[in-house]
Design a protein around this ligand. Structure first.
Ligand SMILES: NC(=O)c1ccc[n+]([C@@H]2O[C@H](COP(=O)([O-])OP(=O)(O)OC[C@H]3O[C@@H](n4cnc5c(N)ncnc54)[C@H](O)[C@@H]3O)[C@@H](O)[C@H]2O)c1
Length: 263
């Protein structure tokens, strides 16, 4: 029996990255461009995507910076239409736009913060996945990568609202994966541990928090944005075409277990 064992990590076509101005979204845009994709860079303010656009263009790919509040369905639909008109049909999506509201115990959580977490983290992922599916389903191919969090799998103190929203994102990946598998569209969620980004920096810059995080991560370091960007590009590539509905920790082993028991 002769079989083709060659694999491709190339990402051709048009990728949309939300939250592309900084952090994990910026790294995702660079990793996708490095693998061959043209990239639409979506964030609240398109001018904040200028640095990312320069990085994508330096890799020889097209970049299109667009402003869009991911929580606003009409804005998402209009933005997706512009991507298709200016770059072509969407073949990959990485939803990196997200928010973390103030860390407080559940008794003190403001309802407005719960609404923000739900609107941006959950509905923002949902709206973009559906908008991208309008390109992917007719084409019979596509990959959607949702950014959940380690907080969907293991709880951290005073983050009930955030964790709840990230649990919903993980669940969304499984549901969409089942619904869209027959259309050739894969949907997965990534659960990062602490990653050095503007969102996490205020926590990681507290020496005790940084030291406690590293103690809890068997591999001995927190993540860099490219630790997530590389996994996003892999999941968007043909090499990952049999992976769908997976909720994937990228956490240096945090969720594998407790490394500190003196056995
Ligand atoms: N950094 C971490 O330690 C970490 C860990 C686990 C999960 N995550 C998740 O990864 C994702 C990216 O996180 P990050 O650390 O890069 O965050 P970040 O705050 O550094 O970047 C997030 C980007 O999303 C954009 N954004 C926020 N709300 C938006 C909206 N309504 N519409 C459009 N854009 C919006 C912001 O402007 C920003 O550019 C988030 O969903 C976050 O919850 C981060």
């Amino acid at each position: 029996m002769s079989q083709d064992h060659t694999v491709s990590f190339a990402v051709d076509g048009v990728a949309v990255v939300t939250g592309a101005a900084q952090g994990i979204g910026q790294a995702a845009a660079v990793a996708l461009a490095q693998q061959g994709a043209d990239v639409a860079l979506v964030d609240r303010d398109p001018e904040r995507c200028a640095e990312t656009a320069g990085m994508v263009e330096a890799l020889g790919r097209r970049a299109l910076a667009l402003g869009c509040d991911v929580a606003d369905k009409a804005a998402v639909d209009a933005c997706a239409d512009r991507v298709v008109a200016e770059l072509g049909p969407i073949t990959a999506l990485a939803t990196c736009a997200g928010v973390l509201t103030e860390n407080v115990t559940a008794e003190a959580v403001r309802e407005a913060d719960l609404d923000t977490l739900w609107d941006v983290n959950v509905k923002g992922s949902f709206h973009w996945a559906v908008a991208a599916s309008r390109s992917m389903i007719p084409a019979g191919r596509g990959s959607v990568v949702l950014i959940s969090s380690q907080a969907a799998l293991v709880s951290l103190p005073s983050q009930a609202g955030y964790s709840m929203s990230k649990g919903a994102v993980a669940t969304l990946a499984r549901s969409l994966a089942i619904d869209w598998a027959k259309h050739g569209v894969t949907v997965n969620a990534i659960c990062p541990t602490f990653i050095w980004t503007p969102m996490a920096a205020p926590m990681l810059e507290i020496p005790e928090v940084h030291a406690a995080a590293i103690r809890r991560i068997p591999i001995g370091r927190v993540g860099q944005p490219k630790d997530i960007g590389g996994v996003i590009a892999f999941l968007a590539s043909p090499a990952a075409s049999l992976i769908t509905g997976v909720v994937l920790p990228v956490d240096g082993g945090w969720t594998a277990g407790e490394p500190e028991l003196p056995l």
